[in-house]
Design a protein around this ligand. Structure first.
Ligand SMILES: Cc1cc2nc3c(=O)[nH]c(=O)nc-3n(C[C@H](O)[C@H](O)[C@H](O)COP(=O)(O)OP(=O)(O)OC[C@H]3O[C@@H](n4cnc5c(N)ncnc54)[C@H](O)[C@@H]3O)c2cc1C
Length: 388
């Protein structure tokens, strides 16, 4: 059993840590205030090669894999969830293409993401169907060699910044819940009938827009089908392989929040001593630090598994546990860290109220906590996770 990172990954971790401290941390508060997409940070990430971490070298990336992206996202999440989401969006929409897309699709859409020439977004959720993926109503009907897509996607991260979208639509009967009735397509932003609708006003992570994508009779060539017709499994494989990457947002946020609070309680005095001298505070620090390390180990293992191609059904509990624990922990630690600062934690003079607002989306996106618990339970019931 090997717990150390390879020298290349350890170097990546250190270099992103430095970049996050120098370039991301100073921008975090302003991004939240202005709610503007930080194009400058995007360019910093492109220059540092971070947009291609999860893309194989033959497609223009660095081939650092899911573990490489996980490490990078953990580092930037210590300061900004907007920055973390920008990096996550290099994998969420490209995932299905990397798993099952043709070489041509990969070259046309994944390579420009790696090089920073284009951005993608991922469209699965619809107003009436989030967790219940089979409830989607976006339709794709065949028309000659093409497909024609109609429907509305919602809550899509990066919808306004994206040049192309990986969207899922019903190719089977609209009311069908059969897994072979859903297919993935790549749709370009500039195509007739593609439009951005409402952009959401949200609680946190305000530098990347979330909103609707409207598809009105959009003609999509057959070569833009990702994988097979009826490949719903692809949506799940893509999401399974993303679990450690979302989890990294959670552990990074938790680490950032706890580090900030620890520095504060070492300075703050009450009852003639430092707040950090109170045993109650020390036990809280110890509890949170232990939970962070546990979630971190689960997350790194999940990332290593995903890089080994272990993101099919039998590995789901291990992947979902990382997402569930790390994101719930982000909510817990940001709340506890804020509490350690007292009133100061509630104020915008300190970043903890921002961490607290940002953390909550993590337990909802890419499969809610309840959905993850269902998946973990299914894995135990089926003995995919069993201890003898
Ligand atoms: C900030 C943000 C960004 C997002 N970005 C994207 C994106 O880029 N692309 C995209 O496609 N989607 C995106 N989403 C949507 C996200 O994936 C969905 O919100 C999520 O899947 C949950 O769906 P829902 O909101 O419809 O909740 P619902 O499915 O309506 O669930 C409501 C509640 O019921 C619970 N619940 C549902 N089913 C079960 C069950 N079987 N057992 C127990 N409890 C259950 C849920 O956990 C939740 O608490 C984003 C959401 C947010 C908040």
């Amino acid at each position: 059993m090997q717990f150390d990172l390879s020298p290349e990954l350890a170097e990546l971790q250190l270099s992103v840590r430095k970049l996050a401290q120098e370039r991301v941390a100073p921008r975090a508060r302003e991004i939240d205030r202005t709610q503007e997409y930080p194009q400058d940070l995007f360019e910093v990430f492109v220059d540092a090669g971070l947009t291609g971490l999860c893309v194989p070298e033959e497609l223009g990336g660095s081939g650092a894999g899911i573990l490489g992206l996980t490490l990078a996202i953990e580092e930037v999440s210590k300061y900004s969830q907007t920055a973390a989401l920008m990096l996550l969006l290099t994998r969420l929409p490209t995932g299905p293409l990397l798993i099952a897309g043709s070489e041509e699709l990969q070259r046309r859409y994944v390579t420009p993401v790696a090089t920073g020439e284009a951005r993608g977004a991922f469209g699965l959720s619809e107003p009436q169907a989030g967790s219940d993926v089979m409830g989607i109503r976006t339709r794709a009907r065949p028309d000659g060699d093409d497909w024609v897509l109609c429907g509305t996607k919602c809550w899509m991260s990066g919808v306004r910044q994206a040049d192309w979208y990986c969207v899922f639509a019903k190719t089977g009967p609209p009311e069908s819940r059969a897994h072979d009735s859903v297919t993935a397509f790549v749709v370009e932003r500039s195509w007739p009938g593609v439009d951005v609708g409402r952009v959401d006003a949200k609680m946190g992570v305000k530098g990347v827009d979330t909103g609707e994508l409207i598809l009105d009779e959009v003609r999509v060539p057959a070569e833009n089908v990702v994988g097979e017709i009826g490949g719903f499994r692809l949506a799940m494989l893509g999401l399974n392989s993303m679990r450690p990457i979302v989890a990294a947002r959670g552990i990074g946020l938790a680490e950032g929040a706890l580090m900030y609070a620890v520095q504060y309680v070492k300075e703050r005095r009450a009852f003639d001593q430092r707040v950090s001298d109170f045993q109650g505070i020390q036990w809280k620090i110890a509890e949170l630090a232990s939970e962070i390390e546990a979630a971190r180990l689960l997350t790194y293992r999940a990332a290593a598994m995903a890089d080994d191609g272990k993101f099919t059904k039998e590995f789901v509990p291990y992947l979902s546990m990382a997402k569930y624990l790390a994101t719930e922990l982000a909510v817990k630690v940001s709340g506890e860290a804020l509490q350690m600062l007292g009133a100061a934690g509630y104020m915008e003079d300190h970043p903890l109220e921002l961490y607290y607002r940002d953390a909550k989306q993590l337990t909802i996106v890419e499969g809610t906590t309840q959905v993850q618990l269902g998946l973990i339970a299914r894995g135990v019931l089926d003995h995919d996770l069993w201890w003898d």
